[in-house]
Every structure is written in structure tokens, then in C-alpha cells.
Ligand binder design. Structure first.
Ligand SMILES: Nc1ncnc2c1ncn2[C@@H]1O[C@H](COP(=O)(O)OP(=O)(O)OP(=O)(O)O)[C@@H](O)[C@H]1O
Length: 255
């Protein structure tokens, strides 16, 4: 087992944003986390990455208890993440942004540059290496965010709404990129509202509603689960998901 969360609860005051959630991630999984706005997905995700400290519960990575590890320590073990809002260093070039990730594995500038250039090649951004990061649009920033995470050479990559704000064509390109990353042997956790992404990528899906897990299974199983349809998908979107029609869900079910 690569990553395991045991009984994670995260409370903000008396409000439990995540209430006793557990999951295991095996090598080669693509785990999708879905649910309506405010369901607790990002909070749970942040407890896995160490950006939030769980109120109770444990997180294990390759059998090491990492509950008290910082995000940097977790990255060192091979756990990388992207942020929903790309954390781009605007004043730096695309290459320099990716080098920041590479510096986790090497202290040498030349070596970091070589590794960063290899990652840019892999994500199809070589042409933009010397461009200022601030010149990138949303798809470029999202891709750069993934490139920086890849440069840390992760075993597990956690993507937080990596495709939000992309148009249908850009989403398809991003799905191809994630497939490539997965094929290279990286295990993934993805938080995503775009059902097309979940349906085409996830091997397993965990559904959150009001801080609790309400369903888990294959994409087909969860999208036909009545509790998931009632809490999140609505009938129209469940049908669309089954037919792989692109549909983005935010608030909850349609009437
Ligand atoms: N720092 C915080 N302090 C107080 N409440 C918070 C905090 N962070 C999140 N919450 C609350 O916890 C709940 C879960 O939020 P979370 O962001 O995890 O949901 P989500 O499923 O990721 O939603 P979205 O799809 O909108 O990203 C929400 O009600 C949110 O308002």
C-alpha cells in the first residue's frame, strides 16, 4: 500500500469539515474525489498532503506514519501536489518555476536545469522554457503547476482541480497528459468537478457529502448510486456522465 488515511477528521471549531474518512491508495491507482461544493474534498486532500493537520486520524505513506510530517517532508518521500489556484512565481521564467521542484532532489543548479528541461519536454512546454511565467494563460499555468510537481519526482501526485477553467479541448489535452503521467508509473489522487475527467481517468472514486464518505467504487458504480445522484449528480448529470458527455458540477443536483 502506497498511501493510507485512517479515520481522518478535520474540525474547524465545532464544525467537522471531514468526519472520519479513510482511504487506501495502491500503486497504479487513480483515485477520484468527488462531491458538491463544501463537501470536504479539499480539506481531506490537504490532510493527505500535510497542508492541513488533521484533528484526529493518521496518514501513512509506504507504512511510515507521516501524520506529523510537513508538506516538504512528505514531498521528500514522494508525495507531490498541485494547487487549485496555480502557485506560479510570476517574475521567473517557466524553466525557473520547474527548477524549484527539481531543487528538492538536487542542490546543483545545472542538474536542476537539466531535470527541469526534461520535465518541460515531457509536458510539451519546452518551447516556453524561457518565457516569463506571467505570460501564460490558464491552461499554461495549470500545466506548469503539474510540471513543477513532476520535477520533485513523486510516487504519488495529488491534483486539486487541475482542469477547472479549461475549455473542452484543453480538458482533453490535460486528460492525455494525466494518462501519460500515470503510464510512467505515478499513482494519482484527483479532486475534480468535471465528470468527464473522473469517468475517463479514475480507477476508483470516493464520494463526499457533508464531510462524510457516502459512496465509493468504480466511476460507473458511483454515478449510478442513488445516494450520489441525490446528493451530487442529479439525474441529468448522471446520464451525461454515463455517456461521457462533458459536464461540470458545482453546487449539487439539478431538480
Ligand atoms: N479554514 C477553514 N475554516 C473554517 N471552515 C473551513 C475552512 N476550510 C474549509 N472550511 C469549510 O469546510 C467545508 C469543506 O470545505 P472544502 O473546501 O473541503 O470542500 P470541497 O468539497 O473541497 O469544496 P469545493 O468543491 O468547493 O472545493 C466547507 O463548509 C468550508 O466552508
Amino acid at each position: 500500500m502506497l498511501l493510507e488515511a485512517r479515520g481522518i477528521t478535520k474540525a474547524f471549531g465545532s464544525f467537522k469539515a471531514v468526519d472520519d474518512a479513510s482511504v487506501t491508495l495502491e500503486q497504479g491507482d487513480i483515485l477520484g474525489l468527488i462531491g458538491p461544493n463544501g463537501a470536504g474534498k479539499s480539506t481531506f486532500f490537504n490532510c493527505l498532503t500535510g497542508d492541513l493537520k488533521a484533528t484526529s486520524g493518521r496518514v501513512l505513506f509506504e507504512a511510515t506514519d507521516i501524520t506529523d510530517f510537513t508538506p516538504e517532508q512528505r514531498a521528500g518521500l514522494g508525495l507531490a501536489r498541485t494547487f487549485q489556484v496555480p502557485q506560479t512565481f510570476e517574475g521567473m521564467t517557466v524553466l525557473e518555476n520547474v527548477m524549484i521542484g527539481a531543487f528538492l532532489r538536487t542542490a546543483h543548479r545545472k542538474e536542476a536545469e537539466t531535470r527541469a528541461r526534461a520535465v518541460l519536454e515531457r509536458v510539451g512546454m519546452s518551447r516556453l522554457a524561457e518565457a516569463p511565467a506571467r505570460s501564460l494563460g490558464t491552461p499554461g499555468r495549470k500545466r506548469l503547476e503539474i510540471a513543477r510537481a513532476l520535477a520533485t519526482e513523486p510516487k504519488v501526485l495529488l491534483l486539486d482541480e487541475a482542469m477547472a477553467g479549461l475549455n473542452a479541448h484543453e480538458v482533453r489535452l490535460a486528460i492525455d497528459l494525466v494518462r501519460d503521467i500515470h503510464r510512467s508509473g505515478i499513482t494519482l489522487v484527483i479532486v475534480e468537478h468535471i465528470m468527464e475527467v473522473i469517468m475517463s481517468l479514475a480507477s476508483r472514486v470516493m464520494v463526499f457529502h457533508q464531510g462524510k464518505e457516502i459512496a465509493r467504487g468504480s466511476p460507473q458504480e458511483v454515478t449510478s448510486n442513488p445516494a450520489v445522484i441525490a446528493a451530487y449528480l442529479g439525474t441529468r448529470a448522471a446520464k451525461a456522465a454515463a455517456g461521457h458527455t462533458p459536464v461540470e458540477l458545482m453546487g449539487g443536483p439539478d431538480p
